[in-house]
Structures are given as C-alpha cells and as structure tokens.
Design a protein around this ligand. Structure first.
Ligand code: HEM
Length: 395
C-alpha cells in the first residue's frame, strides 16, 4: 500500500504552488491558529465549525434537524426555531457567491440533462467507488455514524448529486443551495465528532477531518474525474459546456465552504491539482474495502440486468485494474472483453457517430437506464433522503 504521507503531499503542493510554504508543517503537527492563510490542508471552516461544536455540546442538534426538515427549496425562508447564530450564518451563506454566473449555471443544468446517463454512471460507479480508495474519506465515512448504514448514506449522497444536476438546481425554485448548506453543517459536525472517536483516531493521519484540501480531493474524484472520462470516451461537448460544468462545480465547492482562492480556475488547473493531490494518495484501506463491498452489494441487489461479474468489470474499466485489485473485485474476463469493445461502440452509436447499432447495445442501454433510475429515485432507501446532522460517531 503506497499512501503518500501528508508531508509528501504538502511538498508536492508546495512544488506546484498550491500551498504556501508556511503551511508545510510535518505530519501530525497540531494546527495552530494562523498557520497559513494560503494552505488548503490547514484550512477548515472555522466559524461554522465553532457553531456546530457548540450546538453539539449543548444538545441542540436534534432541534436544528427538526427545524431544517421543512427547509428545502432555495427560495424557502429560513425555518423558525434555529438558534440565532446559526440563522445568522445561514442568512449570509445561503446564496450564490457574487461571482456566480447564472447563464453558465443554466447551461450546466442543460448539459447535465443532455449527458445524464453518462453522469449517473460515472458519479455512481466511478466517483462513488473511488471514494473508497481515498483513505481519509473512506476512514471518515466508515467511522462516522453514517458508515454503519451505507444504504442510507448512499441515498443521502445521491440527494446531493441529484439536487445539483437538476435543471433548476441553482435557481430560486431549485434545492441545491440549501442541500449544499446542510452538507456544510454536516461536515462541520463531523469535524467535532470524529476526533472523539478512538477508532478513527487510531487509523487516521490528521487531527481534524475534512479540510479544504480534503474537499478539493473529493471534488477531483467527482467533477474532474467525470470531465476526464467524458473526454476520454469522446462524448461530444462544446467548450461552453465544459466551462459551464466546471463553473457549476466551482460554485458547489464554494457553497461547501472551500475558500475561493483554492478553487481551480480552469480545467487545466483542476487537472494539475488532481494529479498532485488525488492520484498519488489513492490506496486501499480495510475501511474502504468494506465500504466498496457494501456499495457494490447494494447495487447488485437492484436488477440492473447484468451480473455481479459485469458490474465488477465495469468498475475496473472505469477506474483501473489496480483499484479493482485493491478492492478484491472478482474477475470476469468475458465481461471485461465485452465491455472493452462494446462500450465505446455503444457511446459512438448513441452520439450519432456510428451508423449501425452495435452488438450488446440493449444490454448497455438497460444497464445505464437502471442505474439512472436508481439515481433518480435517490438510492434505494425511501425514507432516508433528508440530510441530517449527526450527533454521534459509529459505535
Ligand atoms: C456527509 C457530500 C467531501 C466526509 C456528507 C453529505 C453529503 C456529502 C451530501 C450528507 C449526507 C450524509 O449525511 O451522509 C460531500 C461532497 C464533498 C464531500 C459533495 C466534496 C466535494 C467530504 C470529505 C470527507 C467527507 C473530503 C472526508 C474526508 C463526510 C462524512 C459525512 C459526510 C464523514 C457524514 C456521514 C454521517 O452522516 O455520518 N458529505 N462530501 N466528505 N461527508 Fe462529505
């Protein structure tokens, strides 16, 4: 297992000019206030983190969760019954940043609609499984309360992707701005809770989880990864589509509390950052293997019209054989060969670049439609689509 240490990652970041030298503290060093204003690995979400720590310590989180149930649409008024300082924070944060470009966000929404089947597939089987080989994310998810019920957690994560991909996501009638703000609160709660978990502490290399750097890593496993695959697969996209898709993600990670100065400005910058902060840290962990098995087991329960061997091979095809091996995904060489030739032909036909319907078209079509349904139903758990702030860790 070759996980780069935090120090190496920082060194790489410094080399690339992503982090300030002042932030390049050795692994395990306690973050001191004012360590650096320009280092995503030492930046969390101070104001919101303090708020959530107080709410948790004072037992107010259940009341907040109840109040937030009816708060769903971007143009809903803030619910009554929120503690004053939380309401004051949301009043400020629950809006698009001044630099958001509504025209681009509308184009992104249209792009999401046009490419939805590829996106469901790539986010679900690509990014979803990749998250299990991002060691810090896998360990945080595993040891937080949600890790014990992956069905529920997967459904909540679907909510995020679904709300972001909706046509009206960023419009007043959409829901994404609220969903992102709720998620930001969940992450702040996790930053207070996980350091109290002895199991998490025993396996983790940082004292506070979910830094701005960690969120950027996850963004690259989602947005940057999907963009790269669409290009690799030669799915037609206009330059304006590509820019709009990046813009949507820039706004999304801003809403999650990442400081604007850390957010890549171009796809080229995003690819460079991804190569430095995501690719080298991918590694298997015990927690990640278990999460991957949970996720693929869940998917296998739904009738996607394909065998588990096909599913395993699709994950290998989308991510890599190395990752497939780390996760112990059983080989099915017949399915692998079928995917290797059939999938590019399927895309070409679908995009009007191939005149004759290729062999296997219906199988792929049924497969991605079933995945899309899973996504549109927000997972398989009918009750669990409300994002709520956890009050404890995994026991
Ligand atoms: C919770 C999305 C980054 C760890 C959530 C939730 C969403 C979400 C929608 C709420 C659903 C739920 O409660 O399960 C995202 C997105 C990210 C991101 C879009 C970046 C673009 C991260 C990172 C980590 C992380 C970097 C850790 C290294 C967690 C944990 C929870 C959570 C532990 C709480 C699960 C629980 O309820 O116990 N995230 N996240 N997230 N996230 Fe993230």
């Amino acid at each position: 297992m070759s996980s780069l240490s935090r120090r190496n990652v920082l060194t790489l970041g410094v080399a690339l000019g992503l982090v300030g030298m002042a932030g390049a503290a050795p692994a395990g060093a306690a973050p001191t206030s004012g360590t650096s204003d320009s280092d995503p690995w030492w930046t969390w979400d101070d104001e919101v983190d303090r708020l959530l720590a107080d709410l948790l310590d004072n037992g107010q989180v259940p009341v907040v969760n109840t109040a937030m149930r009816s708060w769903v649409n971007n143009n809903d008024p803030l619910p009554s019954g929120l503690p004053a300082d939380l309401a004051a924070h949301l009043q400020k944060a629950n809006r698009l940043p001044s630099w958001a470009d509504r025209t681009k966000l509308r184009l992104a929404a249209d792009f999401n609609r046009r490419k939805d089947t590829y996106l469901f597939l790539l986010y679900g089987l690509g990014s979803g499984i990749m998250s299990t080989v991002i060691p810090r994310e896998a360990k945080s998810v595993y040891w937080s309360a949600g890790g014990a019920d992956m069905k529920d957690r997967a459904a909540k994560t679907f909510t995020f992707g679904y709300d972001m991909s909706e046509l009206t996501a960023f419009e007043p009638a959409g829901q994404f701005v609220v969903t992102a703000n709720k998620t930001r609160l969940v992450h702040a709660a996790v930053r207070h809770l996980l350091p109290q978990s002895p199991q998490w502490q025993a396996v983790n290399d940082e004292q506070i989880p979910i830094s701005n750097g960690d969120i950027l890593v996850t963004f690259h496993s989602l947005g940057t990864f999907v963009h790269r695959k669409l290009r690799e697969w030669r799915v037609p996209m206009s330059a304006a589509d590509e820019e709009a898709f990046l813009h949507m993600w820039q706004v999304a990670i801003h809403l999650l509390g990442v400081r604007d100065e850390f957010i890549p400005k171009t796809w080229a910058a995003a690819y460079a950052q991804s190569a430095q902060v995501l690719t080298p840290i991918l590694a298997p962990t015990r927690e990640g293997r278990e999460l991957a098995e949970d996720l693929l087991g869940l998917t296998a329960q739904i009738d996607l019209g394909v065998t588990r061997g096909f599913l395993n091979e699709f994950v290998r095809y989308v991510l890599s054989n190395a990752i497939g091996d780390w996760l112990g995904l059983r080989r099915d060489y017949t399915a692998a060969a079928f995917i290797r030739t059939g999938w590019p032909a399927y895309i070409a036909f679908r995009e009007g670049l191939l005149p004759v319907m290729p062999v296997g078209f219906y199988l792929f079509d049924q497969f991605i439609r079933a995945l899309a349904m899973l996504f549109l139903n927000k997972g398989t758990s009918p009750t669990a689509t409300l994002i709520t702030i956890p009050t404890a860790n995994r026991p």
